[in-house]
Design a protein around this ligand. Structure first.
Ligand code: FAD
Length: 378
């Protein structure tokens, strides 16, 4: 039987699941020093970093449950190095810094964040199949070496091996971080802001008004709230994923474009970019195509059953880079949005940038790279 929904929740303990619905009292009339709006990985990481840095009372509000947006459906790969083929240098630098911060969290947080270290292997008929720009850490493998790592390939292929990348169950990471937050209110939506001069003095919510010192919006796409004049272009890109039934076929970590070895002998595959599909439903033909492509590359997977199938939407700005910025025209509000396909990876680094900016008032050196005004408009 195939479950329609991400596997991640089913991997959690009862305590971790309960944290995702954490709903502390005292939201109406509260006066937190820092209010974070949005309980995806970016909001939770930011609230954690602000609290950890001693920025005072930190309250996070989330309209649904924690991780209910893109976060809960992501693949959870933390793979900066392969992105050297596709992303500009400042972006890869952010990703690298963020993977290091994930590792630090894994070490320092009691129980860690569930980070799993693993290698990435890109399959290609020839090394030249990758862009001319070669990552620093790549080891080029001949077809014999690839076949030893991935027996049963449909045809001989060269490969690019990058060691020491990582992955997380995104919901476990959210739960582990959220356990340590001072105050969380799920089921609370921000609906409006009250602006006086260059400050937000009140945030209207479905549970009453909050009077924050500082606000951070981490709502996936830019927030749409009464009284907040923000016009940052964004859209969303649907993606499908599946997890196979248990199989004897094992992968040496992440094998692109096949899939990722996860717990219990299962494989995680997909991550499609389904342009122009705005429907929230899983499309069986897309799932069938992912399964067929698995078998085409690795014939032993022919006929493999699908245990989980799901889809979710990546928040995206036109240049595919996130916004990490102070809200234009406001002195006590920040926003981060449009993390597209690397929001899980980049959450801790984004949180660190915002926390430092809030604490010191000094923007990061590369602030323009992530600015909210780079698209024109306000
Ligand atoms: C198929 C797929 C695969 C992916 N794989 C990877 C991967 O391998 N690695 C990686 O790094 N990234 C991956 N991503 C991207 C990643 O999922 C996103 O970039 C990331 O989850 C964005 O996190 P976020 O916290 O910004 O947004 P979200 O997770 O969407 O969180 C925003 C939250 O804000 C809440 N919210 C919105 N408005 C309000 C409001 N007014 N009041 C209160 N709450 C509000 C929403 O309910 C939501 O929970 C993938 C995405 C998809 C779709």
């Amino acid at each position: 039987m195939t479950v329609t929904g991400a596997i991640w929740r089913d991997q959690l303990s009862g305590d971790e699941r309960a944290v995702l619905g954490r709903a502390d009292d005292g939201v109406p009339g509260s006066r937190p020093d820092v209010l974070v709006v949005g309980g995806g990985i970016v909001g939770v990481s930011t609230a954690f970093a602000c609290a950890d840095a001693g920025l005072g009372d930190v309250l996070l509000i989330e309209t649904g449950r924690l991780g209910a947006g893109a976060t809960g459906g992501a693949t959870g790969l933390l793979i900066p190095e392969p992105h050297q083929w596709s992303d500009p240098a400042p972006f890869v630098d952010l990703e690298r810094a963020s993977l290091q911060q994930w590792r630090d969290l894994q070490q320092t947080l009691p129980g860690g964040v569930g980070l799993v270290e693993l290698d990435w292997l890109g399959l290609a008929p020839h090394a030249s199949g990758f862009a001319a720009h070669q990552p620093r850490y790549v080891e080029w493998l001949n077809p014999g070496q690839v076949a030893e790592l991935v027996p049963g390939l449909a045809r001989p292929m060269e490969g690019a091996l990058i060691r020491r990348q990582a992955r997380v169950n995104p919901l476990r990471a959210v739960a582990r971080l959220a356990t340590r937050l001072p105050a969380v209110a799920t089921g609370v939506a921000a609906t409006s802001v009250d602006i006086r001069g260059d400050r937000i003095v009140g945030v209207g919510t479905s549970s009453g008004t909050i009077t924050p010192g500082v606000v951070v919006f981490a709502t996936g796409r830019p927030p749409v709230l009464d009284g907040l004049p923000l016009h940052i272009p964004s859209d969303r890109v649907k993606g499908h994923l599946l997890v196979t039934e248990r199989t004897e076929v094992t992968l040496p970590g992440i094998v692109a474009p096949v899939g990722t070895q996860i717990e219990n002998g299962q494989l995680l595959a997909g991550g499609t970019f389904d342009a122009d599909d705005e429907t929230p439903a899983v499309q069986p033909d897309v799932i069938n195509a992912i399964a067929a492509s698995l078998a085409a590359v690795l014939p032993p997977l022919r006929g493999i059953g699908v245990a989980y199938q799901w889809c979710c939407f990546r928040p995206r700005h036109p240049d595919r880079r996130p916004v990490i910025d102070r809200v234009p025209g406001l002195g006590n509000a920040w926003l981060t949005s449009g993390h597209f396909r690397t929001g899980i990876l980049n959450a801790p680094a984004t949180a660190a940038v915002l926390t430092s900016w809030i604490a010191t008032g000094v923007p990061p050196a590369d602030a323009r790279t992530w600015s909210a005004t780079r698209f024109g408009g306000r």
